[in-house]
Design a protein around this ligand. Structure first.
Ligand code: TRP
Length: 330
């Protein structure tokens, strides 16, 4: 059942342009959730600095993500949209939670192990403590549900462990938030259909939300459609493209027609690919237009983010105060 009257918290890192997979896999769902729930959506800049980054570019990345949130339909009248580092309670609670988080739990986190592997020799403590900051992000707002992708569910589980630890040490206080897994689209790479669409694979694997129509047409034209050979868990590029069409198009008759062709093994890519490209363009056009409009008014975006900060802070301060009282910090 679709959630109603719940408190929802989620966040994304300002690490670069969003792509269609981010939208269909996560943010579209955030937009739906805000209708009947109280949602908090943060831009987690303190998480993003745990990996190498360029401080000169960074303000733009944060602004870009704010523009993406708003252009995709996150409504600051309904949801609280803010920048993590604007609300100092996040790092304060993170410190406190660090003191009750078992080191072994942090060391066994899959994401930590992966990133530590990639950055061998330059592993900072922030990378290890990342999930504690994430737990602080979440617990400050006492949400019922945390919509995250599969790669983050382990961190939400750890948040529950930390909440339980706190409750058993200092008295029942935190509610244990649950992962909210919507039935969302998994958008795959255009060139390697077995892999999830991701910026790190390269620009032609990915449809950026800001790609202009010509670029979208070109990328779709180049997308692989083979049936993945005879490998065990073979993945079909053609099937992925068809799924994408089904998610994006509202033309049921055409969807059914393409699906039948596909099932019969005779999908005509010379017709299907242009139809898919135009469908993507139609979905992205209004988003791109809204984004351009907002980008021309940066002071308006700043005003929204500061408004979000003020709303978030009121709640965060209350939680932190309660926590400190229970811990004997006077
Ligand atoms: N770690 C998350 C990611 O990389 C981002 C994040 C930080 C987050 N704090 C959060 C997500 C709290 C949900 C809730 O995607």
């Amino acid at each position: 059942m679709f959630p109603k009257n719940k408190v929802i918290f989620s966040a994304a890192q300002p690490t670069g342009e969003l792509h269609l997979g981010n939208y269909l896999g996560a943010l579209k769902n955030w937009v739906h959730l805000q209708r009947d729930n109280q949602c908090f959506y943060a831009i987690v800049d303190y998480h993003a600095i745990t990996i190498p980054y360029d401080p000169k570019d960074f303000p733009k990345k944060v602004m870009d993500l704010a523009l993406d949130y708003l252009a995709l339909g996150i409504d600051p009248e309904k949801s609280v949209v803010f920048i993590q580092s604007h609300v100092p309670e996040h790092t304060e609670l993170a410190w406190i939670l660090n003191t009750i988080t078992p080191l072994g739990e942090l060391e066994r986190m899959t994401q930590f192990k992966d990133k530590a592997e990639q950055q061998r020799g330059s592993i900072n403590a922030g990378l290890l403590n990342y999930p504690v900051l994430m737990a602080a992000d979440i617990l400050l707002y006492q949400p019922d549900l945390v919509p995250v992708g599969e790669d983050q569910t382990q961190h939400v589980e750890l948040t529950r462990v930390i909440a339980r630890k706190f409750n058993s040490a200092f008295g029942e206080y935190f509610k244990e938030p649950k992962v909210y897994e919507a039935t969302i689209a998994r958008v795959m790479s255009l060139l390697e259909p077995a892999k999830k669409m991701s910026k790190s694979l390269g620009p032609n694997h990915c449809l950026a939300l800001n790609d202009p129509p010509e670029v979208i047409r070109k990328k779709i034209a180049k997308a692989v459609t083979d049936e993945g050979g005879l490998a065990e868990n073979r993945v079909s590029g053609g099937k992925n493209l068809l799924e994408l069409f089904k998610v994006l198009s509202d033309d049921k008759a055409t969807k059914d027609a393409f699906e039948e062709q596909y099932k019969a093994g005779e999908l005509k890519y010379a017709e299907f690919k242009p139809a898919l490209a135009e469908t993507i363009i139609k979905v992205l056009e209004p988003i791109q237009a809204r984004r351009a409009e907002l980008a021309a008014k940066p002071q308006e975006v700043t005003r929204i983010l500061l408004g979000g900060r003020d709303k978030a802070r009121l709640i965060a301060q209350k939680t932190l105060q309660d926590v400190k009282e229970r811990m004997g910090l006077v």
